[in-house]
Write a protein that binds this ligand. Sequence first.
Ligand SMILES: Cc1cc2nc3c(=O)[nH]c(=O)nc-3n(C[C@H](O)[C@H](O)[C@H](O)COP(=O)(O)O)c2cc1C
Length: 171
Amino acid sequence: MKILVCISGASGVNLGLKLYNLIPSEHERFLVLSENAKTVFEKEENIFLDNDIAAAPASGSFGIDITFVVPCSMNTLAKIALGITDNLITRSAQVAIKEKKKLIIAPREMPFSEIYLEHMLKLSRFQNVIIAPPVLAYYNNPKSIEDIEMFMIGKWFDLAGIENNLFKRWK
Ligand SMILES: Cc1cc2nc3c(=O)[nH]c(=O)nc-3n(C[C@H](O)[C@H](O)[C@H](O)COP(=O)(O)O)c2cc1C
């Protein structure tokens, strides 16, 4: 499959990068980083990544099968819900929606206002869009942040149909 991972400027940019790195090698993977994600990277990760403005995913003809927006800021969420396409991430999300390809959005904010919830509900009503925020579980007995992250990424992979063994499943 062709898999696109979009990282917007919400807290947890590292999660998106880990998800990208864990995509099994049989898949073709692409990464888009929003301008504001770079700021969050600097604050949270001490690294600076260049924005990838390669426009290929901006066209439906490129044939991306699955698009992740992990993490998704409330700014990017709003733009996706309204059909605004002012950067490669928001354009890629609209491509996924119009092409009826799977779009997995991980909104990161706490708490969610009614505005944010309305955007999520609107998007969730599209059959190909899944709202899957980075929410931890306790049933898998996480012992570290790494365990929590692997649980979340494993769940996102499950939703995308990407086989994985990243977390302890409930028996
Ligand atoms: C360190 C840091 C953490 C942030 N965390 C969040 C967050 O968790 N959720 C969110 O919606 N915005 C968060 N923001 C604000 C967004 O970065 C800001 O709204 C930005 O305009 C998002 O742009 P983008 O959607 O193009 O990436 C954070 C900003 C900084 C600097």
